[in-house]
Write a protein that binds this ligand. Structure first.
Ligand SMILES: *Cc1c(COP(=O)(O)O)cnc(C)c1O
Length: 414
């Protein structure tokens, strides 16, 4: 049955469950993120209900038959859809301006499903080489096993995308800003090249967050998130989401999703719904602190360079101004003293914690060369601008003054 057609309407009728907040077309993001997609049970609960159920029961055999035929709305099995997960998907659609979505158990489940569901042996993919490590593994190692070829390019140079195109190119994949060096790729430019050859553009929008950059408005066809990052934002659970137009989801993702089972748990969907309520407040506060810290770092003699989308000296400042609505909660910088200085700096931090995660309420520092990007060759790391002195800082919700004091004392020691 086509679950989208049958129960993706604004008012959802599920037994006695009929109350909802009808979405208003003029809602600003902060309002959608508090009320969007809410599906109230007969008890009229304030907070979203957590439907921890695998399956659903039917009043009669005829009702089961009708639901399987798609003649009656309703849920069938939580691998396909679940009311709490449905609320999360609807709220994400409103935020992103997407027609439809599927929530997944992790960001990597979202990326791999978005890439694999529409590709066949013999297809070719062009991807930016600056990718989250596991995304790069899927493209460089996994897809070739199934006969899908890929070319990795320096995505910041728009002509490289055109040059890499082959007659069988079906998909472009990129992350922007990139991890960890916060390069920014011209999404509209890449989409124009893709549209010229009938290929799809999939954007991993994790670093930008759904608030700071709108890939679908820039011409991308599919957006993916690791909801583990800013959407949860409080270090609690993994999750992901794929957003696109309804036709692409129906034709490519719908069956793949149902039959391979990357589904999000309703418990995690509930946690992520609560995360969405505070997303704009958190991202605004974290971005404001990050901008202050980036400026502070840029003035320090221990530091060779600071890369921060929003600063005038960002290598793609013109594209940042065109396609992003705000800066970033992340900062990348390079210590002059190499790995030793970076390790000394990390070890002396007292408020900022050492972790490979990002987007959290807690400020987190990462040394990419020895952790998230340790599996790359020295050459590949050099291409991405990752050296021993490179540090990635994910700015949290602590008081900005406390963070600046902490960073200053750790730098002095380095
Ligand atoms: C974390 C991350 C992923 C993977 O997400 P998980 O939820 O950890 O599976 C993919 N892309 C980017 C850019 C990420 O930061």
């Amino acid at each position: 049955m086509d679950r989208c057609a049958t129960f993706r309407g604004r008012f959802f009728v599920f037994g006695a469950t009929t109350m909802t907040n009808p979405a208003q077309p003029n809602w600003k993001p902060a309002t959608s993120l508090v009320h969007g997609g809410t599906l109230r049970s007969q008890y009229g609960e304030t907070s979203e209900a957590m439907y921890l159920t695998q399956g659903y029961v039917y009043e009669t055999a005829e009702a089961a038959e009708a639901r399987f035929k798609g003649e009656e709305p309703g849920f069938i099995y939580s691998r396909y859809a679940n009311p709490t997960v449905d609320m999360f998907e609807k709220r994400m659609c409103m935020l992103e301006g997407a027609e439809d979505a599927r929530a997944t158990s992790s960001g990597m489940a979202a990326v791999s499903a978005a890439l694999l569901c529409g590709l066949r042996a013999g297809d070719h993919v062009v991807a930016a080489r600056a990718l989250f490590g596991s995304c790069r593994w899927v493209i460089e190692t996994l897809m070739p096993r199934y006969g899908i070829e890929a070319t990795l390019v320096d995505g910041t140079r728009i002509e490289n995308w055109q040059k890499a195109v082959r007659p069988n190119t079906k998909l472009f994949f990129l992350e922007s800003p990139t991890n960890p060096t916060l390069e920014v790729i011209d999404i509209a430019g890449v989409a124009a090249i893709a549209n010229g050859i009938g290929a799809r553009v999939v954007v991993d929008n994790v670093f930008a967050t759904p608030l700071q950059q709108k890939p679908l408005e820039l011409g991308a066809h599919v957006v993916v998130y690791s909801a583990t990052k800013h959407i949860d934002g409080q270090g609690r659970c993994l999750g992901g989401v794929i957003l696109s137009d309804k036709e692409w989801i129906d034709k490519n993702l719908h069956d793949y999703f149902r039959h391979t089972g990357p589904s999000l748990s309703p418990f995690n969907a509930w946690t992520l719904l609560k995360g969405l309520e505070t997303l704009p407040v958190r991202v605004a506060a974290q971005t404001a602190s990050a901008a202050r810290i980036a400026d502070f770092l840029a003035g320090r003699q221990e530091i060779a360079r600071v890369i921060y989308p929003g600063r005038a000296d960002h290598p793609q400042a013109d594209i940042v101004a065109r396609q992003m609505r705000g800066g970033s909660t992340l900062i990348c910088f390079e210590l002059k003293g190499g790995k030793k200085a970076a390790f000394d700096f990390e070890n002396r931090l007292r408020v900022v914690l050492i972790s490979n995660n990002l987007g959290d309420a807690k400020s987190l520092v990462t040394h990419p060369a020895t952790t998230t990007h340790k599996n790359l060759t020295d050459e590949a790391r050099a291409e991405l601008g990752i050296s021993g002195g490179t540090v990635r800082l994910s700015v949290g919700l602590e008081d900005a003054g406390d963070l600046l004091d902490d960073i200053e004392q750790a730098l002095k020691a380095a």
